[in-house]
Design a protein around this ligand. Structure first.
Ligand code: SF4
Length: 397
């Protein structure tokens, strides 16, 4: 494990902040990691040389409701002397979060407007999002749900989720349930199993996607016991969220291997973040590293316009330039789709570099990854008539 910075003592309130506080006392244990997460300025000052902007950001975060929490594991990946460290910028608040820019939204994906039952969001006919908890091991500074994560509700009790289950039951067109939060995998296994079991009993639910940053922020959580519990539903997919190659630490590698070795398909979503991963070399290293660990890079997501995250977002043109550079450098299994989740919850839109140069009658001119222009000639629109048997010898190509 990366060397541990000096740790803050946690208060009684901090101890109860995650779901399961019955922890043994070793850094290799996830409950120890959760209990020792840094959640106050004094603890962070002991581990990192803070800038004034960070210090003010932490104070504001503690006062304003989108909390800070950094596990010892994630803290061990942070450069304590470099404020531009890509790991640090994801975890440590800065006063930039106080600045709103045009387009910022409190609820960028319109999840509140699309709530169909308590803790259940439906934005597409065939799938729903179940918010099982508001807790995370770490609070990512760009979080789409910063309006609600860490708000004090904790893991949702099964009876509170019952209206959501009933809604799913009464809608046979729903085939896919995304269990998210918060981070569902920081709940105790005893809370995860009944949720998956309940969904397994709904015949038309064919897949369950568990969205989690635990392999990144608290990889010790990925135990054999948890992996076995995830198999409660026959078709659970694990959706991880690695944003930078530095996050592929030995502990994370072990966590991913454990998931895959238990037969769980693992896909990764990366958020494009300014000054953190917005260059082709960083993303190439990340995507190659994921594939090597048997994880499929699935989406590169344009950062949602969450209030106070303008300093972390890039223009869409940056994402398109990166995708253009990666096309041809990475094989299909390593190249994710670049996606914009449209503000207001109107759905995801894949965005592609412009590779069609022109279209004319039956001919499309395409630009390859080398910049060459190549014509593709369409077949005739009328079906070719069967040719009369030829008496001529056939020419080989
Ligand atoms: S782990 Fe996910 S839900 Fe939690 S703060 Fe990070 S991005 Fe948000």
């Amino acid at each position: 494990m990366a060397s541990l910075p000096v740790l803050a003592e946690s208060s009684v309130a901090e101890r109860s902040a995650l779901d399961d506080s019955n922890e043994p006392g070793a850094p290799q244990d996830w409950r120890w990691q959760a209990r020792h997460a840094i959640r106050d300025l004094e603890g962070l000052e002991r581990a990192i040389v803070l800038t004034e902007a960070e210090r003010a950001g932490v104070r504001r975060s503690l006062a304003d409701g989108f909390p800070m929490s950094i596990t010892p594991h994630y803290l061990g990946l942070i450069d304590p002397h470099d404020p531009s460290c890509p790991i640090r910028r994801q975890a440590v608040p800065t006063i930039d979060e106080a600045h709103e820019v045009p387009g910022d939204l409190r609820d960028p994906l319109g999840e509140e407007a699309h709530e169909v039952a308590p803790e259940l969001v439906q934005r597409y006919p065939d799938r729903v999002l179940l918010l099982a908890t508001d807790r995370c091991a770490m609070y990512c500074r760009f979080c789409t749900r910063s309006r609600m994560v860490g708000d004090g509700g904790g893991a949702r009790a099964l009876d509170k989720l019952e209206p959501a289950f009933r809604y799913i039951e009464s809608h046979p067109e729903i085939h896919d349930v995304i269990v998210s939060g918060g981070d569902p995998l920081v709940m105790a296994t005893s809370r995860i199993t009944p949720i998956l079991g309940r969904l397994a009993n709904i015949e038309h639910v064919l897949t369950v996607r568990v969205a989690t940053r635990a392999p990144v922020t608290i990889p010790q959580r990925i135990t054999d016991e948890l992996c076995r519990a995830l198999r409660t539903h026959p078709a659970v997919w694990v959706m991880t969220h690695f944003n930078h190659p530095k996050e592929l630490a030995p502990e994370a590698t072990e966590a991913l291997a454990r998931l895959v070795d238990h037969g769980l398909p693992v896909m990764n979503q990366t958020v494009l973040l300014r000054g953190i991963n917005d260059d082709p070399d960083t993303l190439e290293a990340l995507f190659r590293g994921l594939v090597r660990r048997r994880v499929r890079p699935y989406y590169l997501l344009q950062a949602d316009p969450v209030r106070g995250t303008g300093h972390l977002r890039t223009p869409i043109a940056t994402g398109l330039r990166i995708m253009e550079r990666l096309q041809g450098r990475l094989s299909g299994i390593a190249l994710p789709k670049y996606i914009v989740d449209t503000p207001g919850g109107r759905g995801k839109v894949p965005v592609l570099p412009d590779t069609v140069v022109r279209r004319s009658d039956g001919v499309t001119t395409l630009r390859t990854f080398r910049g060459e222009e190549v014509d593709y000639v369409d077949p005739p629109t009328a079906a070719p008539t069967a040719a009369a048997p030829s008496t001529e010898p056939t020419k080989s190509r």
